[in-house]
Design a protein around this ligand. Structure first.
Ligand SMILES: NC(=O)c1ccc[n+]([C@@H]2O[C@H](COP(=O)([O-])OP(=O)(O)OC[C@H]3O[C@@H](n4cnc5c(N)ncnc54)[C@H](OP(=O)(O)O)[C@@H]3O)[C@@H](O)[C@H]2O)c1
Length: 255
């Protein structure tokens, strides 16, 4: 196994779970997020799971960060076979409250960093006949006024991945988006706290009520998404490209 992966958002949540899962299938994993301390913890877990970690602390909203991540990965490991763009922190706010700056901030991290990383890694991925997964969310297809930027940016990501996949047909690169449903992470907990506050409930009660309301038997775990990403990076899925893969416990009933 000589393959090398890059995972963004690797300091916690879905990104950390994915980095640890990929350590079983890859020789080395580059880990990217802002928090150096949390990345060191992820790096230890990746090493224990069998891969060599490279922890890179960057604010991916900065335009030059994506190129720096690709350059450092190639310098350390010499190749890139897989890119998992998971970093995201789009503000959970109402359509009529969001400012231009807040829209730009959400786009800068979740959309533009995935776009820039994919562009920067393209030649290396072409050489390895590699694979890219960009994280969207089921709200891409069910946008709500109360969470307008989340759904809209997720929809843009589905389209972005399809555009890269179109070019990837010629260049031998597989590109897909993944659409998680309600996965229990810090981000989900903060969404549930907002729901609890709105409904005048405690957090535990709100967590239970929300699951019933959206019709799921349980919340997802980071591993539920990590395993699907590992599949999209496995040779068995190589003919799947331009796909938006929904992993949501049956919540959204979309294609
Ligand atoms: N959880 C869900 O239910 C759910 C549902 C649908 C889609 N998603 C999507 O899945 C992705 C991961 O979500 P999550 O729930 O795991 O979120 P999370 O627990 O809040 O983790 C977000 C990750 O992004 C990183 N990040 C945030 N700002 C960054 C920046 N400026 N530069 C670099 N890295 C940054 C964070 O690290 P640092 O803070 O250390 O930088 C962290 O590693 C997001 O794109 C989210 O929209 C999640």
């Amino acid at each position: 196994m000589s393959r090398v992966a890059i995972v963004t958002g690797a300091s916690r949540g879905i990104g950390r779970g994915t980095a640890i899962r990929l350590a079983r299938d890859f020789k080395a994993v580059t880990l990217v997020a802002r928090s150096a301390e949390s990345l060191t913890e992820t790096a230890d877990l990746v090493r224990s799971a069998g891969a060599e970690p490279l922890a890179l602390s960057h604010d991916l909203r900065e335009p030059e960060a994506s190129g720096a991540v690709v350059k450092a990965t190639l310098k350390h490991f010499g190749r890139i076979d897989a890119l998992a763009c998971i970093a995201g922190a789009v503000l959970q706010a109402d359509l009529f409250a969001l400012t231009d700056e807040q829209w730009d901030d959400g786009l800068a991290l979740k959309f533009h960093s995935a776009r820039r990383l994919t562009l920067s890694a393209w030649d290396a991925l072409k050489a390895s006949r590699g694979s890219v997964v960009i994280t969207s969310g089921t709200s891409a297809y069910t946008p709500k006024a109360s969470l307008a930027a989340v759904g809209t940016i997720n929809a843009a990501i589905v389209a972005l991945a399809k555009a890269f996949a179109d070019r990837g047909i010629k260049d031998g690169i597989q590109v897909n988006s993944i659409l998680p449903g309600s996965v229990m992470t810090d981000r989900r907990r903060s969404m549930l706290q907002g729901y609890a506050d709105t409904h005048g409930l405690g957090l535990d009660e709100a967590t239970e009520k929300f699951a019933v309301e959206i019709g799921i038997a349980r919340y997802g775990e980071p591993d539920d998404i990590a395993n699907a990403i590992a599949f999209l990076f496995a040779p068995e899925s190589h003919w799947m490209t331009g796909t938006a893969l929904r992993v949501d416990g049956g919540e959204s009933k979309l294609v």
